[in-house]
Design a protein around this ligand. Structure first.
Ligand code: IVH
Length: 695
């Protein structure tokens, strides 16, 4: 690698090009797909430059899989997208024992379970792999998919067919006709180590940890490669329990075993918090001796009727909790503090560390959060620091090891200017972040916004990785999102078309334009998320999209909501998960003339597809406003609200002419009276229950 190009022999060049192709593909994957780069941009560029130089000197050695002939990480795609029939949810996390007590209390309150009635929980190790869903039709395994964003995953059927733990055919009479079995693909430690040793012997780059190895292995284009990887699968869930005719999760797990799935043998049925916690602490101490990685324990309410009553938030079921193990820690030297500028202009300090292994992963950067954190922990360049990794979370600097501080150290002074554009960086009252006020003139912000715009969960423009976005931005080819869609047209008239540029060719340029063109139609939730409005992540974008259904309705409402007296504001705040702070950011976004210009030119290029309304149900309560009053006897108020919302209704707290139904429990107060006066239909609790069940 360090031999000067002039002196390299053809044979060495051939070998080095092979190695570089693999190495760059590996880093591309970390960068583009896993968002977890292991090397600095400069080191990455050096690899690419070296590759380009070798190819220039030995053009006849250019490989079919040369990194120069492709963009992004095509080795691992494209896989067909699969819409999950039922969303693949995540889990709420707990860290302390108290969180588990709180979880149990929440269940009791929600379902109104008296203290003397035990609540059974199934405790299962939380496998640190990647989740997958397996669709069976008439007993045949027909479709396997990754979780993706929870709504849409990727078709990896052929690869999953190579796993011995996944039955290809289930002949049992009682196996449902159509169902999805869900679980975790993982790799055992010994298999992982053996595989890495083999890779090392063959000069291939090795995987950082079993999870990455499993993820890389199921996303191979060639399933014969996957077949050689030692992948395993634990089954632990399904899309819907109904067709299984079981009353408890425990029974469900028993059935899975009968049908030939592998269920984690450590799963345990518990009936008290103490039992659950004893199990947790036992496994925590055994953790390092287990043959595979686990990052916590998952508790699930055993009774399925209770699970159904509790339901889910947009993110996670209310009947389950992931109790995470404490993060693994390590000590290392803090070489430098780098200031990065984010999409919103926030200056974020990053710790540049002497690389160290924490929990099986080499860490060379860690988050320092913000100015106050640095001051509070008194972190200084040159310190020895304790860092920790908690699951997928970016490593953090926990504290400074005071005894190891040198005498010449001095406090870190946080810059008051933007390191990228030189503008002032100011801190507004009440904000933790110091922000660059450069706005559009700040290259860091604009490029990052564009990068977010094309990213996987937003416009998902394949092959348009951050390197290209940044390069195009710097060259002035794209400044705002709409420019992406006019790129091809302008390229046609350009004297320096893309295909002639370094690192591009006819095919890669065509592919990029094709990828862009295929995204001219976009679902509303992706569109909203792509705009990069502060605090509007994927979950909020989905909530908004389902609530407002069309782009026109949404933007009209956001403008009207500027006036807090306006109904639009009240309506916005009524969305579960949208509070005053998120509302303020949404309103501010639409209030900014520049943003409106950006939107207007973007909408000339793309079509935003309407969302399915929240009330997908045919219930009589769909799109109706319900008020509950008086004490309900069959369910708690929270449960009633959740159930009404699941049927597509809005739940309001006071009765007005806009109320569609008032449900009265025992001892109703003035609300029942006003309902009568206003002529709003009144339902008893029994009538509501019947109607809610669709009887
Ligand atoms: S249940 C609706 N059980 O943890 C509940 N998840 O943080 C679905 N995971 O995406 C998940 N072991 O990939 C469940 N025994 C287990 C699990 C488990 C690992 C993963 C799964 C999920 C993630 C959520």
């Amino acid at each position: 690698m360090h031999k000067p190009i002039e002196k390299i022999t053809e044979e060495d060049a051939k070998e080095e090009l092979r190695r570089l192709a693999e190495l760059i593909a590996y880093h591309d994957r970390l960068y583009y797909l896993e968002d977890q780069p292991e090397i600095s941009d400069a080191d990455y560029d050096a690899l690419r430059l070296r590759n380009a130089a070798l190819e220039k000197k030995f053009p006849h050695l250019i490989r079919e899989d040369s990194p120069n002939l492709r963009v992004g990480a095509p080795l691992l795609g494209p896989f067909k997208k699969v819409q999950h029939r039922k969303e693949m949810l995540s889990l709420d996390n707990g860290f302390e024992d108290q969180d588990v007590h709180d979880f149990m209390e929440r269940i009791r309150r929600f379902l109104n379970i008296p203290p003397e009635t035990p609540i059974e929980l199934v405790a299962e190790p939380k496998i640190d792999g990647l989740s997958a869903t397996l669709e069976y039709q008439k007993g045949l395994f027909v479709l396997g998919a990754t979780r993706g964003d929870g709504t849409e995953g990727e078709d990896i059927t052929e690869n999953l067919k190579t796993l011995k733990d996944i039955p290809a055919l289930i002949a049992a009479q009682d196996f449902p006709n159509v169902t999805e079995i869900r679980g975790e693909v993982y790799m055992r430690h010994e298999d992982f180590l053996a595989m890495n040793q083999e890779r090392e012997a063959q000069g291939q780059p090795f995987f950082a940890n079993p999870r990455n190895a499993a993820a890389g292995s199921v996303r191979q284009l060639d399933s014969s490669v996957t077949a050689k990887r030692p992948l395993k699968f634990f089954a632990y869930a399904c899309d819907e329990y109904a067709p299984f005719h079981v009353k408890t999760h425990w029974e469900f797990l028993e059935k899975l075993k009968e049908w030939g799935f592998v269920v984690n043998p450590l799963a345990k049925l518990c009936s008290t918090v103490d039992e659950v916690l004893a199990y947790y602490h036992e496994l925590e101490s055994k953790r390092t001796t287990l043959p595979y990685d686990i990052d916590g324990i998952v508790y699930k309410v055993n009774r399925i009727d209770w699970q159904n009553r509790m339901g889910s938030s947009t993110r996670a079921p209310r009947w389950a909790l992931a109790h995470k193990f404490p993060a693994e820690q390590a000590q290392t030297h803090l070489n430098d503090i780098l200031i990065q500028v984010g999409r919103t202009g926030a200056l974020t300090p990053v710790a540049i560390l002497q690389p160290v292994t924490v929990g099986g992963v080499v860490v060379s950067r860690a988050s320092l959060h913000n100015e106050d954190e640095i001051a509070r922990k008194d972190v200084r360049v040159g310190d020895t620091v304790v860092i920790q990794r908690a699951g997928d979370v970016i490593p953090q600097v926990v504290r400074v090891v005071g005894e190891k501080r040198g005498s010449d150290s001095h406090p870190f002074s946080f810059p008051h200017t933007c390191p990228v554009c030189g503008s002032h960086a100011v801190r507004l009252p009440g904000e933790v972040a110091r922000k660059c006020i450069g706005g559009l003139i700040c290259g860091a912000q604009a490029a990052l916004r564009l990068r977010h715009f094309v990213s996987r969960d937003a416009f998902d423009i394949e092959g348009f990785g951050s390197k290209h976005v940044e390069a195009f931005y710097k060259e002035g080819l794209i400044h705002s999102p709409a420019d992406i869609f006019t790129l091809e047209e302008r390229d046609r008239q350009s004297l320096t078309p893309l295909r002639n540029r370094e690192g591009w060719g006819d095919l890669s340029a065509k592919n990029l334009f094709k990828a862009i063109a295929s995204r001219r139609k976009i679902p509303l939730h992706r569109f909203i998320y792509a705009l990069g409005i502060p605090q509007v992540g994927q979950a909020t974008a989905k909530l908004l999209a389902r609530h407002y259904v069309s782009y026109e309705m949404w933007q009209e409402a956001m403008r009207a909501a500027k006036n807090p007296e306006n109904e639009a504001y009240i309506d916005l705040m009524s969305i579960d998960g949208v509070g005053p702070s998120v509302s303020a950011d949404l309103i501010a976004f639409f209030d900014e003339p520049h943003n409106r210009e950006v939107l207007a030119s973007l909408l000339k290029e793309v079509t935003v597809v309407d969302e399915k309304p929240l009330a997908a149900s045919s219930s009589i309560f769909a799109n109706k406003t319900i008020v509950f009053t008086g004490a309900l006897t069959h369910m708690t108020r929270v449960e009633a609200k959740v159930r009404a919302e699941a049927l597509g209704a809005k739940v309001a707290s006071s009765v007005s002419a806009k109320t569609d139904y008032v449900v009265v429990g025992e001892d109703p107060g003035s609300k029942a009276k006003s309902a009568k006066e206003l002529g709003v239909p009144i339902l008893t609790e029994e009538e509501w229950l019947k109607a809610a069940r669709g009887l």
